[in-house]
Every structure is written in structure tokens, then in C-alpha cells.
Design a protein around this ligand. Structure first.
Ligand code: HPA
Length: 280
């Protein structure tokens, strides 16, 4: 058996484990809780939480500030699945490992993926604590999550990325923000490998190539979700600034503090979004 066939079987094995453990109908909506959305867990009426360490074939999360468990429960009127803690490329996982949970989501029947992250803002209109609707991304990771043999049963060889982030869901977010007087910024997320934050020249460079915010996650997960034909919606919390002539200092602690401050807004938007996603 080749290693790659093995990988397909692992996805199925993990999906079967989850379906049997959780039982009942599987959620159609999944949320990846990055920095800034961790608190959303408190709004979920948790039916079951499975630590990553107990899930066959799952990598184990190592980064500070992330817990590492899969949560199943009700968020408002919707049954959802949430990843509390994600797998970053900078932690040393391969792209296939880092995006494995997204493959499993698809295998259990998830149709809509909501991603969140903390990001550094380059757009001069952004302030620390702003929430940015991700309208598109630029992939600057040094390895592609779809590199290698393509399995047609998972998705096509050359998937389009013209609507990586659902226009329909973005419009929904805009309406919610408008109705509730929320300052919702919009922009392009640049995904880089980290773990260093950017030099001033790198922030400037990312802005000049069309990015509005930069971070170390999300892009691989979104690529895999789109390969698997899931609909994607993403939010970033702007935790520091590094643009032309502006530089608001950044450290892991500062990122977490800014993310915590913006958390209620992020949580509100996501909750409203999810309650309005009916057609899945
Ligand atoms: N750069 C990269 N990743 C980040 C940043 C940043 O400035 N802020 C939060 N995550």
C-alpha cells in the first residue's frame, strides 16, 4: 500500500471515529477558532469535547494560548463543530498534517467552514482591535497543501481560487455589521510561514503586493476546504500594525491581548452569521 492511499484511509478512520463517538447527525458548519475567537467556546452549548490527543491520526497542538480539542455543540440555533486550536506550519507539521482536520470535516459532512485568526495590519486605515472580513488571500507559504498525487474523490487537480471566500457569506457579514453598527474592515490576508513577525520592509512589501493583513495560518486550511468544495468565510482580528510609516509593536502577548479585546465583536459576527446560514 502506498503512503498516500494510507492517508485516504486515515481520513476515513478519523471520520468514523468521530461519527461513532459523537453520534447522531453531524454538523454542516465548522469553525476554526484562532486567536480572537477562542472565547466563542463559552457560547457553545457543548455536547462533546474531544482532546486532539484522543483522536486517531490527529496532530497535537503545541502553541501557547491554544487548547487543542474538537468541540461539538449548539451555537445559537445551529449544531456546529469547532476546532479549539489549530495546527500551524511553523510548529513543524507538514502541510498535509496541518490541514488534516479540514479533510476530516469534509468526510463527516461539513459544508461551510468559518476561519478566524489574528493578523498584523498593513492597510493604513486599520487600527489595533479592528475586525477584518477576509475577502481574498495571497498564499506565500513555501509548500502547497495540495502538492502531490491528487485524489479525485477529494477534489480536482487544479481547483479554482477565484472565490476562495464566499461572496454570499461575505455579503451576509456586511449586512450584519451594518445592521449592528459594527466597524468591519475588509481586506486581503497574506499567509506566510512565520514564526517571525515581519520586518518593516516585509510589511511594506506585503501591502504593495495587495495585502491588507498578514498572518501565519488560515491559507492552507482554506485551500484544502475549497479543494473539497466547502464554502468559506473568514475573519481576522488586527492585533498589531506594520505599514508605511506606522509600526505598532508586536509580541505574542500583545497579539493575544488585542485579540481578547476584539473577541466579543468577532464572536457576535460569527454567531449571527452561523444562525443565518440556513441553506446548508
Ligand atoms: N504578522 C504575522 N502574523 C501575525 C501578526 C503579524 O504581524 N500579528 C498576528 N499574527
Amino acid at each position: 500500500m502506498t503512503q498516500e492511499t494510507n492517508w485516504l484511509e486515515k481520513i476515513q478512520e478519523t471520520a468514523t471515529f468521530i461519527k461513532e463517538k459523537v453520534g447522531g447527525e453531524m454538523p454542516k458548519v465548522a469553525i476554526i477558532l484562532g486567536s480572537g475567537l477562542g472565547g466563542l467556546v463559552n457560547d457553545i452549548d457543548v455536547k462533546m469535547a474531544i482532546p486532539y490527543g484522543e483522536i486517531p491520526n490527529f496532530p497535537i497542538s503545541t502553541v501557547e494560548g491554544h487548547k487543542g480539542q474538537l468541540i461539538f455543540g449548539n451555537l445559537g440555533n445551529k449544531y456546529v463543530m469547532a476546532m479549539q486550536g489549530r495546527f500551524h506550519f511553523y510548529e513543524g507539521y507538514s502541510m498535509k498534517e496541518a490541514t488534516f482536520p479540514v479533510r476530516v470535516m469534509k468526510a463527516i459532512g461539513v459544508k461551510v467552514l468559518c476561519v478566524s485568526n489574528a493578523a498584523g495590519g498593513m492597510n493604513p486605515n486599520f487600527r489595533v482591535g479592528d475586525v477584518m472580513l477576509i475577502t481574498d488571500h495571497i498564499n506565500l507559504f513555501p509548500e502547497h497543501p495540495l502538492r502531490g498525487k491528487n485524489f479525485d474523490e477529494l477534489g480536482e487537480r487544479f481547483p479554482a481560487m477565484n472565490e476562495a471566500y464566499s461572496h454570499r457569506l461575505a455579503d451576509m457579514a456586511r449586512s450584519i455589521a451594518k445592521e449592528n453598527n459594527i466597524r468591519l474592515m475588509e481586506g486581503v490576508y497574506v499567509g506566510t510561514q512565520g514564526p517571525t513577525f515581519e520586518t518593516p520592509s516585509e510589511y511594506r512589501y506585503f501591502y504593495r503586493i495587495g495585502g491588507d493583513a498578514v498572518g501565519m495560518s488560515t491559507v492552507p486550511e482554506v485551500i484544502v476546504a475549497r479543494h473539497a468544495d466547502m464554502e468559506v468565510f473568514g475573519l481576522s482580528v488586527i492585533t498589531d500594525l506594520g505599514g508605511e510609516g506606522i509600526f505598532v509593536d508586536v509580541s505574542h502577548e500583545e497579539v493575544q491581548q488585542a485579540a481578547t479585546k476584539a473577541a466579543p465583536v468577532m464572536a457576535f459576527l460569527v454567531k449571527e452569521m452561523i444562525s443565518r446560514i440556513d441553506e446548508v
